[in-house]
Structures are given as structure tokens and as C-alpha cells.
Design a protein around this ligand. Sequence first.
Ligand code: SF4
Length: 117
Amino acid sequence: MTKELICICCPQGCRLTVSDESGELTVTGYTCKRGIEYGKTEATAPTRVITTTVAVTGSSWCRLPVKTAGGVPKSKIFDCMDAINQVTVQAPVHTGDVVLSNILETGVDVVAARTIE
Ligand code: SF4
């Protein structure tokens, strides 16, 4: 298997080639080590960070920006969105507060991306 990918970890967008033809997963085309990790993960178990909003009460703001604290399996993104859409938080809430723990047993928390007093 050989895959051509563009690393999305930074705006440079290095063109990666991931191959297992030597019997070991190898990545070429990267400029920094993040590209190696991204290429291997994308080829074997792709993940994505979700950024979205949830409802908030007790504030003049009606939505709170949130994100997953790490990548969740790409195959679970829509199920994660369904779970996140069920969440309502009560202000005050602070950047980094966990608003949904261990979403869908992925080991990843959903956290507030800003403070709302
Ligand atoms: S390999 Fe490094 S420099 Fe290239 S896009 Fe990925 S993060 Fe950016």
C-alpha cells in the first residue's frame, strides 16, 4: 500500500507518501516530525479534532464554542456531533472546562474553547 497525503498539521501542507511496501510503515516528504505521526495515523486510524458549539444558559451568549481535546476516530465524527448536540452548559464556564467527558468512550473530552461569565 502506498498513499499520497497532504499533511494538515500546519499551513505548509507537505506532500507525504506513506508506504508499507518494505514491511514497515514509512513516511517520506515531511518537513518536521509531526508529519511522520500524521502520515502514520492517517494511513492506519485517522482522527480529527471536532470544533463546534453547544447551548449555554445563564448568560447573554446563547452558544459556547467547544472542541475535542484531541482527535476522535474519523468514523465516529457524526456520532460525536449527535452527542455534543445534546449538551447544554450553565454559565459561568471557563476555557478548558470539560463539558462532555470521554465522548463515546474514545478517551477524549470535549472542552470549552472560551470563557463565558
Ligand atoms: S510535516 Fe511539519 S511542516 Fe510539513 S505540513 Fe506537517 S506539520 Fe507542517
